[in-house]
Design a binder for this molecule. Structure first.
Ligand code: GCU
Length: 584
């Protein structure tokens, strides 16, 4: 029997349920329900893509068990190079949702997902690493429900990030599977899946902005909600917007103060909806060639970090995120970039709590500006930037947006395309600097960036084994870029591969000693230049790549931690370099 959610059977209000921009993160309280469907699902690969015509949308035949969240590639024996499609099924009993509107929210499914409930098609979503929600009130049944998801992780030029890219449009290295990016194209349901029940015409959007104002700051709160009276409270104190706070209540790495914001909606004096959010008040910006936090120059020390772990693949687990970010803090780091795609929301919860400064990056890695699929890729890159900003705009820890990683720039339209991405991000959120990570800083595209995110590999891809040359080359490059643009520069990637346990004295390529020595020397070069607003070592931990003759064991070994999160020599060296920094 179908579930009748609303007395007058009103259809779900897609605006408040699906529009990413207005999709508040699920939570359970007296007015809302977030029922986690993660756990053991049924799973089946569909290499011949026959599932649809065989009606698997009503139930997946002869499945195997699989864990969600989790990629299937390292989890399901023999499925490493399978990119889909594949089918998931989850049966659940309907929790008490009353007459609320109900949707199913996915934190991330890579790459494209199609969803059915009790055989009824709910909808689809394209693009990984960002959440989507599909209304399902009408399809819900009292008692047992059958949720089926078809996930397609196959590569394509018409996707972002693009795959199967002709060699002339890549870095020129060959991978299997045929990706143009240097990480394994894991596929699957990578983050939480939740059944979400919210009041009709309740609170549908929240937008926060902090502005420095004299000795203090002012918090502006914008609430989108159905008709009724909205009230605000901060740490239990009733407030109105704008609300003034003293400087010492602001959020920063030294003291990542979070305040509990409570938003309530009443109609006719009755509480209709409630939403709470831990918020950090802080202001990020650029002034000349400095990156500012709360009006003061800030220096970023940290890493590029992939969401990658054995067996889980790109599946997220709060325990892994907690270890990674606690290790960063232990080393004296205060920052990371979510390379090369938006990271999990629980990771950002931890970053907010630990005072880590995050450069949040869209999934637009390896963009190139040719062929018939270009308009579609650009449209997707714009959409994913909008989805990322909508999801993370209220985050204290997110201090800048990166709208792409290493786009190929030797095309007439490349600079304009990057300009469009940067302008779009600024239009959506004018409170944070915008840029894109580039290995081609001399291309005109960087004119559109507020901060130059530089990926540079002196001592590895350039001048391998020549430490002194690497130092001077980096110094010259930094001075040249600064001379040209006068903008802050964050070195978003530098480093060297080091096979764990490989040692050499004197330091030699692939040894832990060479990696540690190179990283230390380049950090010292950067430290001599006040316009260098940060150094992010590539990478926090070793991570899986596709197969390539330049990737032993299909692993990028540039991590300062192993894939299992054990320290290499470079981690110890960084601790010595960074431990005396004030904002530890
Ligand atoms: C590039 C790229 C990374 C890659 C790194 C490397 O700069 O952005 O994704 O892993 O180089 O080759 O190690």
């Amino acid at each position: 029997m179908t579930h009748a959610p609303h007395p007058d059977n009103r259809p779900d209000d897609p605006a408040s349920l699906t529009q990413t921009g207005r999709m508040l993160r699920p939570q359970t309280n007296g007015c809302r329900v977030a029922h986690d469907l993660s756990g053991v699902w049924s799973f089946r690969l569909d290499p011949d893509d026959e599932g649809r015509e065989r009606g698997w949308c009503r139930g997946v035949p002869e499945p195997v068990p699989a864990g969600v969240p989790g990629s299937w590639n390292e989890q399901v024996p023999g499925a490493r190079d399978e990119l889909g499609p594949a089918w998931y099924e989850r049966r659940f009993e309907l929790p008490p949702v009353g007459d609320r509107q109900v949707g199913i929210r996915f934190g991330s499914a890579v790459y494209a997902a199609e969803v059915w409930l009790n055989g009824e098609r709910l909808g689809e979503h394209e693009g990984g690493h960002l959440p989507f929600m599909l209304p399902c009130s009408a399809a819900l049944a009292d008692g047992e429900n059958v949720l089926v998801v078809r996930v397609d992780g196959r590569l394509g030029r018409d996707r972002v990030p693009p795959g199967l890219v002709p060699a002339e449009h890549t870095h020129g290295v060959t991978f299997h599977p045929d990706v143009s990016f240097d990480f394994f194209p894991f596929a699957g349901i990578h983050r939480k899946v939740e059944l979400v029940a919210t009041p009709w015409l309740g609170i549908s959007g929240l937008r926060l902005e902090t502005v420095l104002d004299g000795a203090g700051a002012a918090l502006f709160v914008q609430v989108e909600a159905g008709e009724g009276e909205v009230t605000l409270a901060l740490d239990g104190e009733r407030i109105t917007s704008p609300h003034r706070v003293e400087r010492e209540r602001l959020w920063c790495p030294q003291s990542p103060r979070l305040h509990l914001l409570e938003v309530e909606l009443r109609r006719g004096g009755t509480l209709v909806d409630r939403y709470t959010l831990p918020v950090g008040l802080r202001v990020a910006g650029v002034e000349g060639d400095r990156l500012l936090l709360n009006g003061e120059p800030v220096e970023l020390r940290g890493f590029g970090r992939h969401e990658d772990f054995p067996v889980l693949g790109r599946g997220t687990a709060p325990a892994v995120a907690a270890r990674d970010l606690l290790l960063m803090r232990q080393l004296g780091a205060n920052s990371f970039r979510t390379a090369h795609y938006p990271c999990d929301e629980e990771t950002l919860d931890i970053a907010d709590r630990l005072g880590l400064l995050v450069i949040a990056e869209t999934p637009a890695v390896g963009l190139y500006f040719a062929d018939e699929d270009l308009p579609r890729r650009q449209e997707l890159a714009l959409r994913f930037a909008a989805e990322l900003i909508a999801r993370d705009r209220n985050r204290a820890c997110v201090i800048a947006w990166s709208v792409a990683n290493e786009p190929r720039m030797n095309y007439p339209g490349a600079a304009a395309a990057l300009g469009q991405l940067c302008d779009a991000a600024r239009a959506l959120d004018g409170t944070r600097p915008v840029g894109y990570a580039t290995d081609l800083p001399d291309s005109p595209g960087v004119d559109a960036a507020d901060v130059i995110f530089l990926n540079a590999y002196p001592g590895w891809y350039k001048y391998p084994a020549r430490l002194e040359t690497a130092e001077s080359a980096l110094g010259e490059q930094l001075d040249r870029i600064h001379g040209q643009h006068g903008k802050p520069i964050v070195i978003t990637e530098f480093g060297a591969d080091a096979i764990p346990g490989s040692h050499a004295d004197p330091p030699a390529l692939w040894s832990e000693e060479y990696q540690a020595e190179l990283i230390e020397r380049l950090i010292r070069v950067a430290a001599q230049r006040p316009f260098v607003a940060g150094t992010h070592v590539w990478a926090f931990a070793d991570f899986a790549t596709a197969q390539g003759t330049h990737r032993p064991q299909s692993i990028n070994f540039k991590g300062v931690f192993t894939r299992e999160r054990q320290p290499k020599l470079a981690a110890r060296r960084l601790n010595i370099l960074w431990r005396n920094h004030a904002d530890r």
